[in-house]
Design a protein around this ligand. Sequence first.
Ligand SMILES: [Cu+2]
Length: 139
Amino acid sequence: MLTALLFVGPALSAEHRILMLNYGKDGSMVFEPGFLKAELGDTITFVPENSSHYVQSYAVPDGATPWKSKLDQPFTVTVDKEGVFLYYCPPHLMMSMIGVVQVGTAINLEAVTEKSAKLRSKIVMKNERLDNYLSRIVK
Ligand SMILES: [Cu+2]
């Protein structure tokens, strides 16, 4: 059993990249892609293509490890729990530099929706971006 898991593990897990950009296809101060569907065990690397960005998780599934990267440094996380991760770039939160990663099933959707309402009060520009990403969560 263990051997089988070790054998199939690497073949199934994907490596994703999310760029931290001053300008992307969703506008200025943006993660790209801002919504990502991943599977348990995948790795995600946040790549600071432009400077003055970092990433911090805001809502994570129960038991998941929160994220916090260093300014201007690439940051790799292996997603260790199923559910929705909502995150943002602290210096640009008010400009809607936020993102959503869904890992497997959105088991914590209710909690994320509740927390996102609190996050919304800190956003000054491009409020529709959060709704756009949340609407892409597969229920
Ligand atoms: Cu930023």
